[in-house]
Design a protein around this ligand. Structure first.
Ligand code: HEC
Ligand code: HEC
Length: 254
């Protein structure tokens, strides 16, 4: 009789209870799952995986730059929620192009902790770009600005000539030494007062990219959100002379 009661108890109470518990579990977890996949497209979801593998340690779980590593960096990771990007070819106040973001992932930002991901397949980089754009609503409301690269035709023939370097040197003395220092080492008189250290321009690798066009781009649009101003009030020719001088400086560091 004791055995019978136990069997009955299992059949009429325990199993139904387990079933109800199971149902509750399924229904309580389902909405959360559905929400996640409904919010992210397939590409963004793929990008989230790439992000959690390669980026999260420095950029933080929710993309605001608050990560375990950030306190140890002089150059802080950006807050992707602001939608403001520094390393881009579009005018101040506008969003970067996907190509700008891809450029940063391929080249990295030398002299800062941001590494190059040139060995990661491009599909994964495009996916992670789609994912970091989900952190700011700006991407839903605005279009990227017009890239300077579409306007730069060719590197002019006088680039890198002795005369161009000389002209660039004069322009540099008049416009750049306060921050970057007389010799370009980033040690100008006001350097220590700036929230971001001026780049050491004698370092043999350019942060903005390997081409003289990348330096020309920095001089034309500046680095938004950093003290580096744009110099579009100088003529195009003068900006190219400056690029000649900056390229020359790259071989002057010790
Ligand atoms: C070792 C740390 C580190 C890792 C790993 C890292 N980043 Fe960065 N990243 C940084 C820092 C620091 C900066 C800011 C550099 C600066 O502007 O001085 C930065 C800058 C950037 C920028 C430029 C932001 C701007 O203002 O233009 C983008 C885009 C970016 N990271 C995306 C990524 C993505 C995507 C990944 C993963 C695939 C990644 N980063 C991995 C540290 C890191
Ligand atoms: C008010 C200070 C200030 C002035 C003036 C200034 N810079 Fe900068 N510059 C900076 C800072 C700060 C950075 C680094 C920004 C960062 O890492 O986010 C920078 C970055 C750069 C970079 C990008 C570094 C790279 O390797 O690609 C270049 C190029 C550059 N400056 C050239 C110049 C030139 C040329 C002038 C003069 C025409 C100039 N700067 C004037 C503060 C200044």
């Amino acid at each position: 009789m004791g055995e019978n009661t136990t069997i009955r108890w299992i059949l009429f109470f325990f199993f139904p209870a387990l079933f109800v518990y199971g149902l509750l579990h399924v229904y309580s977890s389902k909405p959360a799952q559905a929400k996640k996949t409904a919010e992210l497209t397939e590409m963004e979801e793929g990008g989230r995986k790439v992000y959690n593998k390669f980026c999260v340690g420095c950029h933080g779980e929710n993309g605001d730059g608050n990560s375990m590593a950030a306190p140890f960096f002089k150059d802080k990771p950006p807050n992707f929620h602001t939608g403001v990007f520094r390393w881009k070819s579009t005018p101040e106040g506008t969003l970067p192009t996907d190509e700008d973001l891809l450029h940063v992932l391929n080249w990295g930002i030398p002299q800062t902790p941001m590494p190059s991901f040139h060995l990661v397949p491009e599909v994964q980089k495009r996916a992670v770009i789609a994912y970091i754009k989900t952190f700011s609503d700006r991407w839903k409301k605005e279009q990227p600005g017009e890239s300077v690269y579409t306007k730069i035709k060719e590197i002019p023939p006088y680039f890198g000539t002795k005369e161009s370097i000389e002209k660039g040197k004069e322009l540099y003395a008049a416009n750049c030494t306060a921050c970057h220092g007389e010799n370009g080492k980033g040690d100008g008189p006001i350097a220590a007062t700036l929230p971001v250290p001026p780049t050491n321009l004698t370092y043999p690798v350019r942060a903005a990219g390997p081409s003289p066009k990348d330096t020309f781009r920095v001089l034309t649009v500046g680095l938004e959100g950093s003290p580096m101003p744009k110099f579009d009030h100088l003529s195009e020719e003068d900006r190219w002379h400056l690029v000649s001088y900056i390229a020359y400086l790259m071989n002057q560091g010790k």
